[in-house]
Write a protein that binds this ligand. Structure first.
Ligand code: GUN
Length: 302
């Protein structure tokens, strides 16, 4: 566990708790005049990492006063059954947000499932409509990990204005929306963004030019010290399990960044765990409240 008293550490856990506390007040006053915002989470199969993530989301919801329903389905559940479940939640006026934990078992078409979720309840922001809205500069729901990272940068007073941001990873969960968000015109945007990925040539050189380096490639300790410019801000999105016979669980969690090496070069760095992960969950709760406000008709959802 990183030392959170270290001035170089961006403490995502503490920041997320602060956001959840702020949100809890808003949720309380909202619920007095309407009802509690309600998030439905679908988990298919028994992937241990997904189970941990879903438990974390449930805990964050509880902290912010958001009602939840967890739907756990066996790994062999057919795609049709998952789609029918989503359709029923789409039509349920008491449900504001729908989240299907990814990845799904191989026999289920992930994209079809994402596209089945009503864009107005898509609190993950992965539906092509919502990704398109973000690309068109008219976002409805911004994916939670990128918006959590933006929030951390803002709260730690890291300006993105004119900075060179390098994002390693091109997924729709992190890389692509992250790039769109930071390149947007306006406050907390205005960055020059480069997206790198597994096929990028000269990645080390490109990443070493980054003022802000965001690693979301899904490979344990992929980013080494020499890939980081002195004084850069390093955001580590990765959560990888590596074997560790000395740990009680038999494994430990590491990020996509070699923390020890990066800590020497960076001016600020997020730890794993306790960095980006808790912020993703806090932003999910924010999106759920936003969905509920739109359901009540408070905020424009068109
Ligand atoms: N799997 C890994 N990250 C996420 C996420 O942000 N949302 C969902 N639904 N699944 C994930």
């Amino acid at each position: 566990m990183a030392d959170v008293t270290d001035p170089k550490i961006i403490d995502g856990k503490a920041t997320s708790l602060q956001i959840l506390a702020e949100l809890a007040e808003e949720v309380l006053s909202f619920s007095r005049s309407f009802r509690h915002p309600h998030l439905a989470v679908i988990l298919v199969g028994e992937d241990p990492a997904s189970q941990v993530y879903v438990r974390g989301k449930m805990r964050s919801a509880e902290k912010s006063g958001i009602e939840t329903t967890q739907i756990t389905l066996p790994a062999e559940t057919s795609e049709k059954t998952v789609l029918e479940k989503i359709e029923s939640l789409n039509g349920d006026g008491g449900v504001d947000g729908i989240l299907v934990q990814l990845p799904l078992p191989g026999h289920i078409d992930q994209q079809r499932v994402i596209e089945c979720i009503s864009p107005s309840k898509d609190v993950d922001g992965f539906h092509p409509y919502n990704l398109g809205r973000l690309a068109a500069d008219k976002p409805l729901f911004v994916p939670c990990t990128p918006s959590g990272i933006r929030e951390l940068l803002t709260r730690y007073k890291v300006s993105t204005e004119g900075k060179h941001v390098v994002v390693i990873g091109r997924s729709i969960i992190v890389g692509k929306p992250m790039a769109l968000l930071l390149a947007r015109k306006g406050e907390s945007g205005n960055a020059t963004v480069t997206i790198c990925h597994s096929r990028t040539s000269g990645l080390d050189r490109i990443s070493a030019g980054a003022d802000i380096l965001i690693a979301a490639i899904g490979r344990a300790e992929f980013v080494k010290g020499e890939m980081i410019k002195d004084g850069a801000v390093v955001i580590d999105v990765g959560v990888n399990r590596v074997e560790d016979p000395e740990s009680k669980k038999g494994y430990r969690l590491v990020g996509d960044v070699d923390f020890k090496e990066a800590r020497e070069r960076a001016s600020l760095i997020t730890p794993v765990p306790g960095g980006v992960g808790p912020m993703t969950r806090a932003m999910l709760m924010k999106n759920t409240l936003l969905a509920a406000k739109r359901a009540r008709g408070d905020v424009d959802g068109s």
